[in-house]
Design a protein around this ligand. Structure first.
Ligand SMILES: C[S@@+](CC[C@H](N)C(=O)[O-])C[C@H]1O[C@@H](n2cnc3c(N)ncnc32)[C@H](O)[C@@H]1O
Length: 229
């Protein structure tokens, strides 16, 4: 119930943000999105799932072949995204309004999954990663671009302290990557930051289905408490 409430408030926050997202937060992260997508090595016949595609900034950087499926909760964000698809005649891209934690796709449907600035927005980040692992083919590339809690104890404390404010803007600042890895069995190929001091990190994963941690689902509430709506 609490999860449903949080997703409802997230949807409202991003409906509002949709009119100014590209000129604000979107502008800040555009270069990172471009570089992260270049790490996917998308080929002609690949199917790509963009979870929480937002206003579709990523569409600037995907190749014009293959199949791109974007999903998002917010109809405002999807409207902006749909406009870009129409203007640029991107017939290889389709959109769907759906919850990234309950994906309407069969197992092993995608060659790449892109999760850009979404994992710290949803009420249950582990559920989202487990869904991404499920719909991605074995060996598929899952690319996470996000802010993760610092491993420096002082900075982590500040991030925790700032979290209630960030929540009002639609994301959490205190998500530890180590917990995600432990609870989902994510196997990281490599990870990088663009600057030596950088709030965001890109994590590139090869989907190893046999490494998925079945206990992750049970532990989520203990490890990562749901944010207040
Ligand atoms: C910070 S924006 C990131 C947008 C885009 N990926 C980018 O990097 O510019 C977060 C997006 O995630 C979407 N979102 C939040 N919770 C979601 C959920 N449970 N399922 C699908 N999309 C969700 C929001 O509506 C919003 O468009």
């Amino acid at each position: 119930m609490r999860e449903v409430m949080q997703e409802a408030s997230t949807r409202k926050i991003y409906d509002i943000q949709s009119s100014f997202y590209d000129g604000t937060f979107g502008r800040l992260v555009r270069r990172r999105v471009e570089i992260a997508i270049s790490h996917m090595n998308i080929t002609q016949t690949d199917r790509v799932l963009d979870l929480g595609i937002g206003t579709g900034q990523s569409l600037n950087f995907y190749p014009t072949f293959g199949r791109i499926v974007g999903i998002d909760l917010s109809s405002g964000m999807l409207r902006q995204c749909s406009r870009k698809i129409d203007e640029r005649e991107l017939s290889h891209a389709t959109l769907l309004q759906a919850d990234a934690m309950r994906l309407p796709f069969a197992d092993d449907s995608f060659d790449h999954v892109f999760i850009s600035h979404v994992i710290s927005v949803v009420s249950d980040p582990i559920k989202l990663v487990i869904e991404a692992q499920r719909v991605a083919k074995p060996g598929a590339r899952i690319v996470l671009l996000n802010h993760f809690q610092s491993t420096n104890r002082f900075i982590a404390l500040v991030e925790k302290w700032l979290c209630p404010l960030c929540t009002k803007l639609g994301w959490r600042s205190d998500l530890p990557l180590q917990d995600l890895i432990r609870e989902t069995g994510l196997e990281i190929d490599y990870r990088y930051k663009l600057e030596s001091i950088d709030l965001w990190e890109t994590v590139v994963v090869r989907n190893n289905k046999s490494a998925v941690n079945p206990a992750g689902r049970r532990n989520i509430r203990k490890r990562l408490p749901v944010l207040a709506a």
